[in-house]
Structures are given as C-alpha cells and as structure tokens.
Write a protein that binds this ligand. Structure first.
Ligand code: PMP
Length: 434
C-alpha cells in the first residue's frame, strides 16, 4: 500500500487518479492552489456549491464561534436557536407559499426525505394508495435508493439490484437536432411533459404520489427545460393531485441569478430539495421545503405523537446552521444572486463564443451555468471531455465533465476577466486536441 491506497474515492476513476493524482491544498475566492503550488481557477464552484467564493472569513468565524458555544445538540426531541432562525430565514427567501423546512446533510438525503414526505403526506390525508413515483431519464437525484430509483442514469442504477418498485420515468428533454446552441430555454420540447398524462392513464392518479425533476438537469450535462415544459408538468400534476417536487440541489441559492429556479421559471412546485450553496460548501447540509398545507396535514393526523418518523442525527447541526446563516448574510449583503443575474449576459456571450471551436457540437447556458457538448470519439464515449478536463487542469482551470459534456458553474463572485480566462483556456485546449 502506498499512502494513497486506503481512500476509496467517490465517483472517481480511482486507479487512474492514483496513478496521476490531482491534489488541492488550499483555496481563496475564485482559485484553488494545487500541491505543486499552481493557482487553479475554479470553473465549477467546487461541485456547484461554493457560490460565494472560497474561504470566506465570516463563515469561518461563525463556525468557530458555534463550536465553542454549542458544538452539537441532539436533533431529536431537543432544539437549538440556530436551526429555528435558519428555517425562518430560508422560508422567507424562497418565493411561493413554502412554510416549513426540514434539515438534512446532503442533496441525497434531501431527495430521500422529499420522496418519503410525499408518500407519507398522501397517506396521512387518507390516500394511502398514492405511492408511485415518477422521475425522468437523465435525472440525477443523488445516490440513495430512492434517488437512484427515480434518477435516470443507467450507470448509477445497474449495479444496485431491483431498486424501488413503482417508479416510472418521463423522457429527458435533450435534443440536439432541434435545440443545439440555444441560449437560455430552448424552443422545442414542451410537449414532452404530456408523457405524464400517458403514465397517469396507465396507473391511475390514485396510485401516484409525486413527480420529481430537476428544473435544470445539472449532472447529466446542463439540460435546460424547454419553454413551457415545467408549466405543463405543473398543470398536469394539479389536474390529478400529484405532488411536484423540484430537486433544486444545484439550482438553489443563486445559480440561475434568482434565489431558486422556482423564482426564475415562475413555476411553483409542492416540495423543493436543496443542499449545495446553503453553507457555501463549508459544512454538509441539505434542506427540504414544503408548501403550505403539507406540514399541517401531518400535524392534524391523529395517528402518532411523532408526526414524521424520519430524521438524521445531524439534521439541523449547529455548525451547519451557523455556516448557513453566515452564508445567507453574504448572499444578501453582496446581493450575489442579482450579481449572478447581471453577469449572466456576459457569461452567455462568452460561452457561446465556443460555437465553432473544434469538437464543440452544442453550447447551452442559463444563469451562471453552461454545458458544452463535444463530439465523442468513436467507441470511447467520455474520453474527449475527460482529456479536456486533464489538460485544462494542467493549464490552471478546473472544469467538470459528464460523458462528453463540459459543465461550468463558477462561483457567483466571478469577474469578467475570469470568464474570459475560462473561455480562453477551453478554446486553446479544444483547438489543439485530436
Ligand atoms: N440532486 C441533485 C439535483 C444534485 O445535483 C445532486 C448532487 N450533484 C444531488 C441531488 C445529490 O447531492 P449530494 O451529493 O449532496 O448527496
């Protein structure tokens, strides 16, 4: 064993990585520093989560003070002020009539929590047959069994047995023939939402609990919803009493230049899952927002003293709450969501300048997110984008890839010169690549 063997790295080509490790040792604002002392521009806000930029003093101070004041407080049958304060602030921040928030420690846990709340909600209302869940192809909802069951990524599902039963999937909305090089929302594809009608006809609405989608599918390559698509999903869910869940783990906290995607698109789901961005990536935390009436349905159900048999040892962890409160302060004081919105036009033009660059077959963007799709090398899917990732890293830029799609999601504090640099490095690397 070398000193790298013991760690089994998540979602990583372990053998490849350990042969050619990439180690980050520090970070500040828009940059990481690597172990060979190079400055690496963060084109991905870590993993879509460091929205206010790295190493923010006020967050560090808040976490330190919290450790010294109250490091841990039992999550069950006990409370601490930070969790209540944070919940209040969060429900005020999200538009729509969301009035309660449940805390988790990750996006995956938020998804499991949302799916369980949806099924239990129908049951406490006396509609216990509503158990089926509907996800979407190319959806990513974390790695719990619920999340991979409603998720639509074959590789994330195929090794793990029979998964949840009673799950259907809508088609994804990605279509290069109709929508290549669209800016913001593409024109074509709203009709794909009507598949929900077909699934309802097959199973009957009385058996369906919820539909879960990412408003913008991030992890499978930035798939932006076609104009009218989310509205149609909402209308069909309303027609049949099906709960609509938006998985906003990526789109929450300013990524689209709005607080949440529900604000950006003006479509209000019944449940919203969140995580990334809530603590600026510093302390693991997730949250599930429910709209008015859902919490009350549980409180009014006479069955049990404990209304929801669900929760985590670290739900509403004092350190996570302290980090989140300090993060929200930064978002508000620096008006970072508005800033992202203002920067989004420059971002759009910059990333679309990659149209015409070698190997690029699509560019799509919204807010401070972009997906750049490359033509795959025959028989080697994903290789071209991964080689691009490696070469960008050598040149001082961190990008992310999924299949042959490059995904960009920089911290919201990004300046125009950083955007120019991202595009310059990418263009150079792609033009030189075979
Ligand atoms: N849902 C979505 C939409 C995500 O993008 C992610 C993470 N990429 C998750 C859930 C899972 O979050 P986590 O990795 O924190 O469990």
């Amino acid at each position: 064993m070398t000193n790298m063997d013991a760690y089994w790295m998540p979602f990583t080509a372990n053998r490849q990585f350990k042969a050619n490790p990439r180690m980050l040792v520090s970070a500040k604002d828009m940059h990481f520093t690597s172990d060979d002392n190079r400055s690496i521009l963060d084109g991905t806000a870590g993993l879509w989560c460091v929205n206010a930029g790295h190493a923010r003093e006020t967050i560090a101070e808040a976490v330190k003070q919290q450790v010294l004041r109250l490091d841990y407080s039992p999550a069950f049958q006990m409370g601490h002020p930070g969790a209540f304060e944070l919940a209040e602030r969060l429900v005020k921040m999200i538009p729509g009539n969301f009035d309660r928030v449940f805390f988790t420690n990750s996006g995956s846990e938020s998804v499991e929590t949302a799916l369980k709340i949806a099924i239990a909600y129908h049951r406490v209302k006396g509609e216990g047959t509503r158990q089926r869940l509907i996800g979407r192809e190319r959806g990513y909802h974390g790695v719990g069994f619920g999340g991979i069951s409603v998720g639509g990524i074959g590789t994330n599902r195929k090794y793990f047995g029979s998964l949840l039963t009673g799950v259907d999937h809508l088609s994804h909305t990605h279509n290069l023939e109709h929508n290549a090089f669209s800016r913001k929302q593409p024109e074509w594809g709203a009709h794909l939402a009507d598949e929900l009608e077909r699934i309802v006809a097959l199973h009957d609405a009385s058996n369906i609990a919820a539909v879960i989608v990412e408003p913008v599918a991030g992890s499978t390559g930035v798939l932006i919803p076609p104009k009218g698509y989310l509205e149609r999903l909402r209308a069909i869910c309303d027609k049949y009493g099906i709960l609509l869940i938006f998985d906003e783990v990526i789109t929450g906290f300013g990524r689209l230049g709005s607080s949440f995607a529900t604000e950006y698109f003006g479509v209000v789901p019944d449940i919203v899952t969140a995580a990334k961005g809530i603590t600026n990536g510093t302390v693991p935390m997730g949250a599930v927002f429910v709209k008015e009436g859902i919490y009350d349905a549980f409180m009014n159900a006479p069955e049990n003293a404990i209304e929801l048999f669900h929760g985590y040892t670290y739900s509403g962890h004092p350190l996570a709450c302290a980090a989140a409160l300090a993060t929200l302060d930064i978002y508000e004081e620096e008006r970072l969501f508005e800033r992202a919105d203002k920067m989004a036009g420059y971002w759009e033009n910059a990333v679309h300048s990659l149209n015409g660059v070698r190997h690029v077959i699509d560019v799509r963007n919204l807010g401070l997110v972009a997906g750049i799709e490359l033509e795959s090398i025959a028989g080697k899917p994903g290789k071209r984008a991964f080689d691009c990732f490696l070469q960008c890293y050598e040149k001082g830029l961190l990008i992310r890839t999924t299949g042959d799609i490059i995904v960009l999601s920089p911290p919201l504090i990004i300046e125009k010169e950083h955007i120019d640099r991202i595009v310059e490095i990418l263009t150079g690397v792609l033009q030189e690549m075979e």
